[in-house]
Structure formats: structure tokens, C-alpha cells
Write a protein that binds this ligand. Structure first.
Ligand SMILES: Cc1cc2nc3c(=O)[nH]c(=O)nc-3n(C[C@H](O)[C@H](O)[C@H](O)COP(=O)(O)OP(=O)(O)OC[C@H]3O[C@@H](n4cnc5c(N)ncnc54)[C@H](O)[C@@H]3O)c2cc1C
Length: 500
């Protein structure tokens, strides 16, 4: 088995790993980044759909943290804001679209906003609005001990606000029910500001005083950030080894850590991990950043705890290894929902006016509803990010129709059936007839389990594991399961993952 050394090994080439690798180069280190698939980027990736090359994974970053925009600037890429407003589809009374009120996660910044008040009254009745207004009278303590988003919103504004405005956000963005989302993780500052201002509506107003965009994109697509980071790491002397999988970690004697890795080749089923393609090798290093999704990270961490400790090893003590192993043993990682995206390139002059702005989130059907569509969201990608279709023939549009709520079975959503379902759902949601005659190209991608719900319990265990990892010599945990979901969480955390 071959052995070599590296200044720092970064396991996983998603945005967390790439950000960490970039940060390492800025500290004068030559990072070795191991990525088991054929390209870095992880959940940020591009695909050619008809005449356009677009993001087929994550497509934007939240503007709440300045680091992503600053990073893009530093790398010489422009960032752009989305065009068009967005909507919520409710299945009530045969189905209709209502505009999303200005606010945070569907929660309004003003209870008098007509987009909020009239939609709530139409959908849930006057008493629902009365209940929402109680938020102003309840005082700062109501809901203060509710850690999950659902109980917090319910305690402040009632069930109808939760169902009508917040649940579609949770499903569309986190593929989760709000009861499974830690409020502090998915809406940072909301609970604290509620305590400070005395009401949830006051908190929302303090966090988002004006109706300005909350997300941005690197011009041309988020995948351009991946390319820029890759190029910057390589130019600074780093190495990115795609098709190389880390299989275990162990405390070492001369250097702190041994990383065992093996070459891989693509799996005929692209949804499954790549296959092993040769002999494994060891990389010795003083620093390791584990930036893989949670199941792999826990396996690697577990392997480090099980490995025998060479005498004089400074990686970690036996008692620290035992503490980490015991937390991993007790950790029941929440399962991520099935997710399918059907991206459609269509030609339609009727879509030029972007009838539903940048897109729409869909409420889950309530009791008594007869849904006319199955999707949980649609993004009018080319209307939201017009740069991505510049230079394509007139009336070319890219739509992304998303499926998958917790517990839903998407086994049928493949091939022609998925495309026909998405065309029918897009027709209903956009109010524009979109049949096969309009279709230029399509791509169906399943991302099952990729968005692990950030439950309050999981956040607590992850905080414990991170604290223990902080006591090792040179081992850092990064990635969405640690930092929180989304590029605005993952990238700043990855940039800080390389210790002094
Ligand atoms: C469909 C979808 C849409 C999304 N849209 C948005 C959005 O618009 N905006 C937003 O902010 N967030 C979005 N997110 C969330 C966001 O994409 C993630 O939070 C973020 O990309 C996670 O980055 P990461 O580096 O932690 O993980 P990943 O991107 O999952 O990267 C981990 C990498 O580790 C590699 N790996 C795994 N095991 C090994 C191993 N043993 N050895 C070597 N490499 C390994 C994987 O191949 C992968 O490349 C979306 C997520 C999904 C699923």
C-alpha cells in the first residue's frame, strides 16, 4: 500500500470542502482534497438542458451572511439578484396562487400586509387572522421554549399561519415538516429577536425591514462558484483528487492522522456511491477536515475512535475517543425526505411574461382538499436568473418542478411519467398550457435523503460532537450537517474550518 504526506487533507469536495481547501491555501498550506465522485461541487452542479447550462442542484445562496458574496468578489465573479416575486399555491377551493408576503420563512413583517391578511382570511377565515394578531399581545415569553419551528410559529400566530405560509417554505426549501426543523438553525435570530421585540412580527420586521431579495446567485449559475474555487485551489498549489474516496481515519504516530483512501469509478446507477476501482493508499497528515455528508462523516469518525492508538499519538486520547464513540452510538440521524427535480426546457411565448414570477411553493394538501397537482414547488429558473438563458433562442424557458415531502413515495417519478407529471403540474401552476409539443429537453434527478432535517435533537448531538472534535489535534468537522443546511451556512463555516 502506497503512503504519502499532505499539509492538510480535506475529505469531500462539496462547497464546505472547497471553501476549506481555499482557506487552507490562504494560510500557505497545500491542501489535498479527496472527492469520491468525478467532479467537485457536491450538491452544486450543472447540467445542459436544451440550449441552456443551468444549476441542477442548489441554485442560490442566502444573502443573510455576507461571506458568500465576499468570496465570489474575491474570486472575481459577479453576483446577481433574482428577478420576480414568488407565490404560494394553496389547494383550497380547487386551488389558487397567493403572493408570498414580505417576511421571513412566510411569516409576515406586518399583520396588516394585504398579501398576508387577505390570503389568510380567504384560506382560513377571519378567526385565523384574529389568532395571528394575538402575537402582538402575548408578550415575549410565549413560545420562548419552543425549539422547533412549528411549535414556535403555532404558539405565536396559530395553526393557520403555520399551515398556509410556513409549511410550504419548510417543504420547498428543507424538504421537511417545520416540526422537524430547529428554528434557530433554519431561521437564525428569529427566537432571539422575538424575545427582544416582544412579538414574532416584530422579530421578522427587525430581521427583514424591507422587501429586498433574500438570495443571490453567482452570475450564470451557482456552479460557477465551484469552478472558480477549484481553479483558485489548484492555482495556489492545492491538489483536487476526484474519484478518490476516504475510507477510514486513524490516529498516527509521526503525523497526527492517517487517512486511508481508494480510487473509485462511476456507478452505473448515478444515485449510488461510486464503486471501488483499485488498491487503497495512506495519506499521513497533521490536519484533516471531514466535509462529507453526515453518514460518511460519522463512519470516518467512528473508524478513528475504533483504531488502536499508537504510543505517543497526539491525535486524541483514549478517553476522548471513547466519548466521541459513545455520542456516535447514541446518534439517530434523522432521515432526509425523498426529493425529485424535473428540469424542463420549453419554448413558450406565453411564459415570457413570467406569470408566477420566480416561482411558487405549494402547501401540502389539507383535510378535504382535492389537489390538482403533486409538485411541492416550481422555479421559473430562466425568469428568476435571466443570465442563464442569454444567447438562447427567443421564448426559451427553463422550469424546475420539485417533488418530495417527508414520507412520500417517489418511486414512480422517473422517465416519461415524471416529465409528463411535471408538464401537467407546471401547466396548472403557471396557467400556461405546456404539453410535449413545447418541450425542448428535460432531466429528472433524484436527490433522496440529501437534505437531512435539522431537528433540535440532532443539532444538540452535532454540537456535542463538534466540541469533542475540537479537542483532537487537527481534526475538524464541516459540511451542512454541522454548519446547517444551505450555502450561506456551509461556506462561511468551511472558510473557518482550517485552524491556526
Ligand atoms: C436539491 C437540493 C437543492 C438545494 N438548493 C439549495 C439552494 O438553492 N441554496 C442553498 O443555499 N442550499 C441549497 N441546498 C442545500 C445545499 O446544497 C447544501 O447545504 C450544500 O451544498 C452542502 O454542501 P456540503 O459541502 O456540506 O455537502 P455536499 O455538497 O453533499 O458535498 C459532500 C461531498 O463529499 C463527497 N464525499 C462523500 N463521501 C466521501 C468520501 N468517503 N470521500 C471523499 N468524498 C466523499 C460527496 O461526493 C460530495 O461531493 C440544496 C440541496 C439540495 C439537495
Amino acid at each position: 500500500m502506497g503512503t504519502r504526506t499532505a499539509d492538510i487533507v480535506i475529505i469531500g469536495g462539496g462547497l464546505a470542502g472547497l471553501a476549506a481547501a481555499y482557506a487552507a491555501t490562504k494560510k500557505g498550506l497545500a491542501p489535498l482534497l479527496l472527492e469520491e465522485r468525478g467532479r467537485p461541487g457536491g450538491l452544486v452542479c450543472s447540467g445542459k438542458i436544451g440550449p441552456a447550462t443551468v444549476d441542477i442542484g442548489a441554485e442560490s445562496f442566502a444573502l443573510r451572511a455576507p461571506e458568500v458574496r465576499e468570496l465570489a468578489q474575491e474570486l472575481g465573479i459577479e453576483t446577481v439578484l433574482p428577478q420576480g416575486s414568488s407565490w404560494i399555491w394553496t389547494h383550497k377551493d380547487g386551488g389558487r396562487a397567493v403572493p408570498i408576503p414580505h417576511g421571513v420563512f412566510g411569516i409576515p413583517a406586518s399583520l396588516d400586509d394585504p398579501a398576508f391578511a387577505s390570503a389568510l382570511v380567504e384560506i382560513a377565515g377571519e378567526e385565523a387572522l384574529e389568532r395571528a394578531r394575538q402575537d402582538l399581545e402575548l408578550g415575549p415569553e410565549a413560545g420562548a421554549d419552543c425549539e422547533d419551528l412549528a411549535s414556535f410559529v403555532r404558539a405565536r400566530m396559530g395553526q393557520a399561519v403555520l399551515d398556509t405560509f410556513v409549511t410550504p417554505f419548510a417543504g420547498g426549501i428543507h424538504a421537511a415538516d417545520p416540526k422537524d426543523l430547529a428554528a434557530d438553525s433554519v431561521a437564525p435570530g428569529l427566537r432571539r429577536k422575538t424575545r427582544e421585540t416582544g412579538s414574532l412580527v416584530g422579530a421578522v420586521k427587525a430581521i427583514r425591514p424591507r422587501p429586498v431579495p433574500v438570495v443571490g446567485q453567482t452570475k450564470g449559475g451557482m456552479f460557477r462558484l465551484v469552478h472558480a474555487l477549484r481553479d483558485a485551489v489548484l492555482a495556489a498549489g492545492g491538489t483536487i483528487e476526484s474519484r478518490k474516496r476516504a475510507t477510514s481515519l486513524a490516529p498516527a504516530d509521526v503525523h497526527a492522522w492517517n487517512v486511508r483512501c481508494e480510487p473509485t469509478k462511476s456507478n452505473p446507477d448515478p444515485h449510488l456511491p461510486p464503486l471501488t476501482a483499485g488498491e487503497s493508499e495512506l495519506v499521513e497528515t497533521d490536519r484533516v477536515v471531514v466535509a462529507t455528508p453526515a453518514p460518511v462523516a460519522l463512519k470516518l469518525l467512528g473508524s478513528a475512535c475504533e483504531a488502536s492508538l499508537p504510543s505517543g499519538s497526539r491525535a486524541m486520547s483514549a478517553s476522548l475517543a471513547a466519548d466521541i464513540a459513545s455520542l456516535i452510538d447514541g446518534f439517530r440521524l434523522p432521515a432526509g425526505a425523498p426529493i425529485a427535480h424535473v428540469t424542463l426546457a420549453v419554448r413558450s411565448a406565453a411564459l415570457d411574461a413570467a406569470p408566477r414570477g420566480s416561482g411558487m411553493l405549494v402547501s401540502p394538501p389539507g383535510p378535504g382538499d382535492t389537489p390538482r397537482l403533486r409538485a411541492k414547488a416550481i422555479t421559473h429558473y430562466s425568469a428568476k436568473w435571466p443570465d442563464t438563458v442569454s444567447g438562447t433562442p427567443d421564448h426559451t424557458h427553463v422550469l424546475r418542478v420539485s417533488y418530495g415531502r417527508p414520507g412520500e413515495n417517489l418511486d414512480d417519478l422517473y422517465g416519461d411519467f415524471a416529465v409528463d407529471t411535471a408538464l401537467a403540474d407546471a401547466t396548472t401552476m403557471l396557467g400556461v398550457e405546456l404539453g410535449r409539443d413545447r418541450l425542448l429537453d428535460s432531466r429528472v434527478i433524484h436527490w433522496d435523503g440529501s437534505l437531512v432535517p435539522q431537528t433540535p435533537e440532532a443539532r444538540a448531538t452535532v454540537a456535542g460532537l463538534t466540541a469533542l472534535a475540537g479537542k483532537t489535534d487537527g481534526l475538524v468537522l464541516a459540511g451542512a450537517w454541522v454548519a446547517g443546511s444551505g450555502l450561506a451556512a456551509v461556506i462561511p463555516h468551511g472558510l473557518k474550518a482550517v485552524r491556526e
